[in-house]
Design a protein around this ligand. Structure first.
Ligand code: ADP
Length: 384
């Protein structure tokens, strides 16, 4: 990959990640507003004392980067924006009306869009001459059909309040399915692929002939697979039951988003490596947590094969997908009837293509690279 310097920005509620590509210079500022820490992929003399907001953090990153590269060489800034609603289906140049729209979408993503906007404002203020682009996490899923995005509520909750499946991790699902098509040396427009992004957050996408046709995260990133600390799918009746038994809305929010998933089920950790260690020592709750995690993946592979009328490839990506061969075996168990046939040696070695040569379905391990995809999408948006 060789292109002019693009700065990729991912601003969270108390963190700021920036990466300059193609140089691969990255910086992470954490605990903004508290005991701020900065981590860099290169040696730098900057100090994080006294940083109280995203603009301060961004300035710090630019100072550090300026020790390595002339800042004037940066041709574009690409921002990760979590929620683009139904309006933003592709990367979009940031102008005042676009920023106002992203702000208007904040009620749909109260934890994500406001910090994303803080990053955008800081970058616009500190690099006012450089064109900036928003790359939306939801955009790749804008092709999901009506029957896959509507919930079974009265229609006006969708038409008036925007309650529908949006899906997230779109940049990652888009990137790894492109890479998969390259690896298989076939056009993505001929392939039915299932992408499994299994990190702290986890989601699956059915990508039929290059378009996302279903995905497991929904109105929020809470739906679908089991995750590090999020419950994934749960009967909405359980929420009513807990509310009626006296739990507050905030407590319920904490429970579902921060205390459930691998952490809640295992009682050990949200980190799969810790859960694995406990399971290996015979801890039944840890074994159950891994079984739930892998069963949900298996079930969704069956569902998405049905949604697409067949299956050509399955892709594992992100922390767990890329690094846990045992999980891949567990998730794919019993799926031979679909044409899945894992080569256990290749899987254990973590090769890119881990299915047997004669298998009908290609199973792949493809490291995700959202920053690279954002940089490329940013340049494309500015060129068009
Ligand atoms: P995030 O969603 O925060 O970007 P990552 O994609 O980095 O998350 O994935 C984090 C998850 O990957 C953690 O559960 C971690 O335990 C898991 N992970 C990383 N390396 C391994 C490994 N070697 N074996 C099993 N799980 C791993």
């Amino acid at each position: 990959m060789n292109h002019p310097p693009v700065l990729v920005v991912n601003a969270g509620s108390s963190s700021l990640k920036v990466k300059l590509l193609p140089h691969h210079l990255s910086l992470l500022v954490e605990r903004i507003g508290g005991d701020t820490q900065i981590k860099a992929s290169f040696a730098t003399s900057v100090r994080s004392d006294g940083i109280s907001d995203h603009e301060g953090a961004f300035k710090l990153c630019l100072t550090a980067l300026a020790e390595q590269v002339p800042l004037a060489s940066i041709v574009a800034v690409g921002h990760r924006v979590v929620h683009g609603g139904e309006r933003y289906t592709r990367p979009t140049r940031l102008t005042p009306p676009v920023i106002a729209q992203i702000e208007a979408l904040s009620p749909l993503a109260p934890l994500h869009n406001p910090p994303n906007l803080a990053g955008i404002r800081a970058a616009l203020h500190l690099l006012p001459e450089v064109p900036q682009v928003a790359v939306f996490d939801t955009a790749f899923h804008s092709t999901v059909p009506t029957w896959a995005y509507l919930y079974g509520l009265p229609r006006r909750y969708y038409s008036e309040a925007g309650v529908r499946r949006y899906g997230f991790h779109g940049t990652s699902h888009d990137y790894v399915t492109r890479q998969a098509a390259q690896l298989l040396n076939r056009p993505r427009s001929e392939l039915r692929l299932i992408s499994l992004h299994l990190g702290n957050g986890a989601s699956a996408a059915a990508v039929q002939f290059g378009h996302s046709v279903d995905t497991s995260m929904g109105f929020t990133p809470l739906e679908g697979l089991l995750m590090g600390t999020r419950s994934g799918d749960i009967d909405a009746g359980v929420l009513l039951y807990l509310l009626r038994s006296g739990m507050s809305v905030d407590e319920l929010d904490q429970l579902l988003n921060k205390r459930s998933g691998l952490l809640g089920l295992s009682g050990v950790s949200n980190d799969m490596r810790d859960v694995r260690r406990a399971a290996a020592a015979g801890d039944q709750a840890a074994l159950d947590a891994i079984a739930v995690f892998s069963y949900r993946i298996r079930k969704i592979i069956g569902a998405y094969a049905a949604a697409m009328g067949g299956l050509d490839g399955v892709i594992f990506t992100a922390g767990i997908g890329e690094n846990d061969p045992e999980l891949r075996v567990q998730a794919l168990q019993g799926l031979e009837f679909l044409g899945i046939d894992l080569d256990l040696d290749k899987n254990a070695r973590g090769e890119r293509l881990i299915s047997r040569a004669e298998a009908r379905v290609a199973v792949m391990v493809i490291p995700t690279d959202e920053e690279r995809m954002i940089a490329e999408a940013t340049l494309e948006a500015l060129a068009s």
